[in-house]
Design a protein around this ligand. Structure first.
Ligand SMILES: Cc1cc2nc3c(=O)[nH]c(=O)nc-3n(C[C@H](O)[C@H](O)[C@H](O)COP(=O)(O)OP(=O)(O)OC[C@H]3O[C@@H](n4cnc5c(N)ncnc54)[C@H](O)[C@@H]3O)c2cc1C
Length: 515
């Protein structure tokens, strides 16, 4: 097996021939790189910008059990989602995915039939959990709550019209970008060559041409298979893949906007049996309010932006549920991601790839994998490698990823026993100690300085920023604040944290490029 190496910006020293080139390092490409390298294949995996630069960092950060698919009668996808959720929570990433209580308030405005439908949905979801062999210790059974119990979980809810609540459970990611970085780093630890700042400019089934954004140098790499995992940009490398993205927006609120909200609150949208808005408490103390679904025609932007109408729509959607509903002044950040909808040739119709992934082979032999979910990334990678191994006749072992813990994974007991500070254990699992030891060694600073957050509202530490530079391929301030940590979701917090990011770069004697 090739030696472990860190994720690295730029292309210096890349091999000129590998078994598999993976293009794109969102969750899909990172998963494909890990699957391929652990089957014994040599892998070069690259991203044009950075790990988790695209849609993967703009999600709702949920690990879904497939309930919505069940409601659409799509049993196989629902089960696949529930199985993958169980694998993430119990085996591969128990440090990065925790159970999230999801509360649907039942108030005077909710009809009895809608409440009954929601309750039977929660039961069906619980059945999915059981058929996926996920224990009730990992995800508790649903419960009906009276109004007092409901208010104790979400005291900001409007009490005068509240009749009770319906409580279900799903998985929540510590941070979607952190999952991507962890999968990519795990792939690198098995010997995959994982590079950022490296756009692929052309691809066929037997190789790619790519550019090093740090030096301007161009390279050609021969491969026995090329996987296009570029998400909403997939059509740029395979002109037969035509996508018509739709935008999903979330707002970021301070926790104080809806005080003591420690559960996700699911607010049904009037006039629809299946649509709702969600208030999602985040591990850093903020609340995210989502989610819209708006067609986003035209060229795909690097970073999509939410519209003013979406902000109003989301605030309006939850306004009747709370005593003091959030208003515009409470919105401290907003972000949007693009869902890949596949254009169906010859019609105006689109096929919703956000339900199921597709593995397609182009006429030039490039294998494109697109669609799916963060939740199902492992299965998407397995399906892709099965297809690639068969078509390119690669000598590869079986897929190992269902039983392969990501770096830092540990049982709840192991995670509780970690000596590292809670924030580092939450974000790095059992590697929390490594993060701190690395930062001590690289800077010579003491723990007080390495662990002091720049303010109470901005809990980021110098230790994790240094580790991002030494082990996670971070290259500049944006990488540190937008993707290795998520401070950039709130512009004011980013301004507070920026000196710390520049200090990390200076301590490691890196230039501090603008941005
Ligand atoms: C609003 C929204 C909410 C969502 N919420 C959830 C959720 O809660 N749970 C869940 O499971 N799923 C969720 N999803 C789905 C999930 O986020 C996506 O399915 C997933 O992130 C797609 O990942 P990807 O790797 O395919 O694409 P991306 O993350 O977009 O990655 C593609 C990468 O390719 C790179 N790239 C592009 N062109 C090139 C090139 N020429 N050379 C090199 N690199 C290139 C880009 O820089 C990018 O990093 C959500 C999706 C949206 C839009």
């Amino acid at each position: 097996m090739p030696a472990a190496r860190p994720v690295t910006p730029g292309l210096a020293g890349i091999p000129d021939e590998v078994d598999v080139v993976v293009v794109g390092l969102g969750i899909t490409g990172a998963g494909v790189a890990l699957d391929a390298v652990t089957r014994g294949l040599s892998v070069l995996a690259v991203d044009a910008h950075d790990l988790a630069f695209g849609t993967s960092r703009w999600s709702s950060k949920l690990v879904h059990g497939g309930l919505r698919y069940l409601a659409q009668g799509r049993l196989a996808i629902a089960r696949e989602s529930a199985v993958e959720r169980g694998i993430l929570m119990d085996v591969t990433a128990p440090h990065l995915v925790h159970p999230l209580p999801m509360l649907t308030p039942v108030d005077d405005a909710m009809s009895r039939s809608r409440a009954a439908l929601t309750w039977s949905g929660l039961h069906a979801g619980d059945l999915l959990r059981r058929t996926a062999h996920t224990s009730a210790r990992t995800l508790p059974r649903p419960r009906r709550l009276n109004a007092t119990e409901t208010l104790s979980l979400a005291p900001a809810l409007r009490a005068d019209t509240l009749r009770g609540g319906l409580l279900g459970w799903d998985g929540q990611l510590e941070d979607d970008a952190r999952l991507v970085v962890t999968v990519a780093r795990t792939a690198a630890s098995y010997g995959a060559d994982v590079r950022t700042r490296a756009p692929v400019t052309s691809a066929t089934g037997t190789g790619v041409e790519l550019r090093d954004e740090l030096t301007g140098a161009t390279y050609a790499v021969r491969a026995r298979a090329v996987v296009n995992a570029t998400g909403v940009w997939a059509g740029d490398l395979d002109d037969r893949v035509r996508l018509r993205p739709s935008r999903g927006t979330h707002l970021v609120l301070r926790g104080s906007a809806l005080p003591h909200t420690r559960v996700a609150v699911v607010v049904p949208l009037p006039g629809s049996a299946s649509r709702f808005a969600m208030v999602l408490p985040q591990p850093d103390g903020t609340l995210h309010l989502g989610l819209t679904d708006v067609p986003a025609a035209g060229p795909v932007p690097d970073v999509p932006t939410p519209s003013e109408q979406e902000v109003d729509f989301l605030l309006d959607a939850v306004s009747s549920a709370f005593t003091t509903p959030p208003v515009r002044a409470d919105v401290v950040g907003a972000y949007a991601g693009l869902r890949p909808l596949l254009e169906v040739a010859g019609t105006d119709a689109t096929a919703d790839l956000s339900r199921r992934h597709a593995v397609l082979t182009s006429r030039t032999g490039v294998t494109t994998v697109v669609g799916g979910k963060l939740t199902t990334y492992r299965r998407m990678a397995e399906d892709t490698l099965d297809a690639v191994v068969a078509s390119a006749r690669l000598a590869a072992g079986p897929c190992r990823t269902a039983s392969l813990p990501l770096l830092g994974a540990g049982t709840p007991e192991q995670l509780r026993a970690c000596a590292a500070p809670a924030r580092l254990v939450r974000r790095f699992g059992t590697d929390g100690d490594l993060v701190l030891a690395t930062a001590r060694g690289a800077t010579g600073l003491d723990d007080a300085e390495l662990l002091a957050p720049p303010s109470e509202e901005v809990p980021v530490t110098l230790a994790e920023l240094v580790f991002a530079l030494t082990h996670e391929g971070a290259h500049d301030v944006d990488d540190l604040l937008e993707r290795r940590t998520r401070v950039g979701l709130v512009a004011a917090d980013r301004a507070v944290a920026e000196p710390l990011a520049r200090r990390a770069l200076a301590l490691l004697s890196r230039a501090t490029p603008a941005g």
